[in-house]
Write a protein that binds this ligand. Structure first.
Ligand code: PNW
Length: 465
């Protein structure tokens, strides 16, 4: 009857560049997203920037109020690397940045909310981009130094760490398509490889230097669509769907959970352009203490051949995903509503990665166009999605430990700027106060949390008496 464990994490997520603003406040250094949005030829929707955004750098107490109002047990936030280390290195620490995150973390703990902290959510210090960024083999060690700095500064209060958010999106959109910062093309595999090495270094640093004293867990947030064959009877489409999963989820999950190397199908298709792990120290295999999944949508997949032309990821993949016309769209062309795919992906993760503990670190639904405060569709989406998670736990036996909605607030949605609203709270970006107002979907999520928490409490009392 839809029973969640009593210690289940009910959360919401945000990311520094998307909510903080204060892009050059109090000694913060420039990040690649600052630079990308400030370009004269910026490709971001209506040339929006994260310069002010929700102004959480100054209005963080408002965020805490929103978190309390929802009744969240957990809150996932990210740290801005260039706010803490303006030139990306530990040579100079910005103490005002440290103070900012101390206030936020202490405020969460004072309210009984457990923080989950992401070290890197797309916002590399521009100073490191100038030295090659994720294309450079020196960046993993610089990330590791940053990570150790954060474990030291904040680790006494943080038990759940995410090193990197969605290396797939950073590699594919930032280093293949050029749609995200830093706007590079043709370097996705190289960038992805260095992100995996960065993650592994940081995990080993935590393991060797901090785990014993701090007792936390470290993972990397991996995003993937669910993929199913377009024609259920076609062996070719089935193989294409398997490739689709291998090139998204598998790209980062295989090295961490399965073999210390990329999936075989990737190796076979990409060949020499896919970097090798041989001789890489420390090992990448085994460097995730739980599975962190960002899930948004699903695709029907068919096999396609791309003839001639330059090498590309599309050509390597040899498959194409389309949206089932039965799945409603929500304003963003890539985001078809497909809650069933989350349960399928959770089952796949249990079977493929040896039954890991799973946190769903992001999941959500956007609105575009005129603001709809009574967003009944999104309320229904959350109800249905949580139902799918319940089935995954109860009927499929997946070890799901938590669910984080994306996002706490409407915020800067990368190339879509403020044109796409993912918040449980509406933010009025035309108002200096950046007033936060709960959507109907926020009330729905709050009700879901309160119902399940009292149900599992009652269940425990019943079974322990
Ligand atoms: C995730 N796509 O990114 C990010 O982790 C969040 O920062 C973001 O706001 C959220 O999903 C909603 O988009 C994605 O184009 C960005 O397929 C782009 C895509 C997918 C995920």
């Amino acid at each position: 009857m839809n029973m969640f464990p009593e210690d289940f994490a009910w959360g919401a997520s945000t990311a520094a560049y998307q909510i903080e603003g204060g892009w050059d406040a109090d000694g913060k250094g420039e990040s690649i997203w600052d630079a990308f949005c400030h370009r004269d030829d910026s490709s971001v929707f209506e040339r929006h920037t994260g310069d002010v955004s929700c102004n959480s750098y100054h209005l963080w107490e408002e965020d805490l109020r929103c978190i309390e109002e929802l009744g969240l047990t957990h809150y996932r936030l990210s740290l801005s690397w260039s706010r803490l280390l303006p030139d990306g290195t530990t040579g100079h620490v910005n103490q005002q940045g440290v103070r900012y995150y101390n206030q936020v973390l202490d405020g969460l703990l004072a309210r009984g909310v457990t923080p989950m902290v992401t070290l890197y959510h797309f916002d590399l210090p521009q100073a490191l981009q100038d030295r090659g960024g994720w294309q450079s083999a020196d960046t993993p060690a610089l990330f590791d130094a940053y990570a150790r700095f954060c474990f030291g500064a904040f680790g006494d209060r943080v038990r759940l760490w995410i090193t990197l958010n969605e290396p797939y999106v950073c590699a594919k959109l930032g280093h293949e398509d050029g749609l995200h910062a830093p706007g590079v093309r043709g370097a996705a595999y190289r960038a992805g490889h260095h992100m995996l090495r960065a993650h592994a270094l940081a995990w080993h640093s935590y393991d060797a230097g901090y785990r014993r004293a701090q007792g936390g867990l470290v993972s990397m947030a991996i995003n993937s669509d669910w993929a199913e064959p377009e024609d259920a009877d076609s062996a070719e489409d089935a193989a294409a769907a398997a490739r689709y999963l291998a090139f998204s989820l598998g790209w980062f999950a295989w090295p961490l959970f399965v073999s210390g190397d990329y999936p075989e199908v990737m190796r076979a298709a990409v060949d020499a352009r896919l970097p090798r792990f041989s001789g890489v120290q420390p090992a990448v295999l085994g460097t995730a203490d739980f599975f962190a999944l960002n899930y948004y949508t699903a695709r029907k997949v068919r096999s396609v051949g791309v003839d001639g032309g330059a090498p590309s990821m599309k050509k390597d993949l040899g498959a194409e995903g389309v949206v089932d016309p039965a799945w409603p769209l929500c304003g963003l062309p890539w985001l078809a509503v497909a809650p069933h795919g989350l349960r399928q992906l959770l089952k796949y993760i249990k079977a493929t990665f040896n039954h890991p503990a799973v946190y769903i670190t992001e999941n959500g639904f956007a609105q575009t166009g005129p603001v709809l405060m009574e967003d009944g569709e999104r309320a229904a989406f959350y109800r249905e999605t949580v139902g799918e998670v319940a089935k995954a736990i109860e009927e499929d036996g997946v070890d799901v430990r938590g669910y984080f909605a994306w996002s706490l607030l409407d915020n800067f949605e990368w190339t879509d700027g403020y044109g796409a609203r993912f918040g449980l709270f509406h933010v009025d970006f035309s108002d200096d106060e950046r007033a936060r107002t709960m959507y109907r979907s926020g009330r729905e999520y709050a009700a879901i949390i309160s119902k399940h928490r009292s149900r599992s409490r009652a269940h425990r009392e019943l079974t322990s008496s």
